[in-house]
Ligand binder design. Structure first.
Ligand code: CTP
Ligand code: MG
Length: 236
């Protein structure tokens, strides 16, 4: 069984909005709707939606029921940090053989990429969707002096979904939580650090942006308009 864990328990502090960014309107529907719709149309078997404490009913009524998300969506409350929310999602996905961990703040994920990621994770046990960086990245020290320039071909932006065999990612998260490791920003980082397992980077799309600051909403609107022109209809 393949379970998608969609994370939507963040506070969206960089968005500077009174409404959490996952509920903001984007091309007429809430940001969170789009990734739920993409996973429900994909080959994933079910969805665990992780929301803020107290938002479970709102999400069930205003997103899952209102937009008829048809994959069984179990809704659980998340935690303080992203990794706490991931761990809550993992505990709720106990029947999964594979999990796809996705930021609900990435509405432009497409069904093709999800299905490709499902095939890949079954083959390699751990893979992450990402893209090569377009700019040169410079590593700086605390005085803002450039220290190293990594070879551009080797620098990829990690996006989501990040996909793992359930047993591998659960074991890694258990160790990270036990170690109270607060440096975690990414699931691949957890699996790499605590299970020392190889993780394959697979190419996704530059469109799969994360809604983080207000201008990202405007960019996503443009990308959805383009998608509509290409497909002849707006939604996924
Ligand atoms: N997330 C979560 N639980 C948290 C923190 C984040 O489920 N405690 C989710 C967010 O809802 C988002 C994804 O993880 O879908 C990526 O996190 P990010 O973009 O950092 O979102 P926020 O933490 O909400 O935003 P900010 O960091 O600006 O406060
Ligand atoms: Mg955050």
């Amino acid at each position: 069984m393949v379970t998608a864990i969609v994370l939507a328990a963040g506070k969206g502090s960089r968005m500077n909005s009174s409404t959490p960014k996952q509920y903001l309107s984007l091309a007429g529907k809430p940001v969170l709707y789009y990734s739920l719709e993409a996973f429900s149309k994909s080959n994933a078997d079910n969805i665990v939606l992780v929301t803020g404490k107290g938002d479970e009913e709102y999400c069930q009524r205003e997103i899952v029921e209102r937009y008829k998300i048809n994959k069984p969506a179990c809704i659980v409350a998340g935690g303080e940090q992203r990794y706490d929310s991931v761990y809550c999602g993992l505990k709720a996905a106990a029947k999964a053989d594979y999990v796809l961990i996705h930021d609900g703040a990435r509405p432009l994920i497409d069904v093709e990429t999800i299905n490709h990621a499902i095939e890949k994770v079954k083959e390699v046990k751990a893979c992450v969707v990402g893209m090569p960086v377009k700019d040169t990245i410079q590593l700086v020290n605390t005085c803002m002096e450039i220290e190293t320039t990594p070879k551009r071909e080797q620098v990829w932006m990690a996006q989501t979904p990040q996909c793992f065999s359930y047993e591998l990612v659960l074991r890694s998260y258990q160790k990270a939580i036990q170690a109270k490791d607060a440096t975690i920003t990414d699931d691949a980082m957890v699996v790499h650090t605590y299970a020392k397992a190889p993780i394959v980077m697979m190419e996704g799309s530059y469109q799969n942006i994360k809604i983080t600051t207000p201008e990202d909403i405007a960019v996503a609107e443009v990308l959805f308009k383009e998608r509509e022109k290409k497909q002849g209809y707006l939604y996924i």
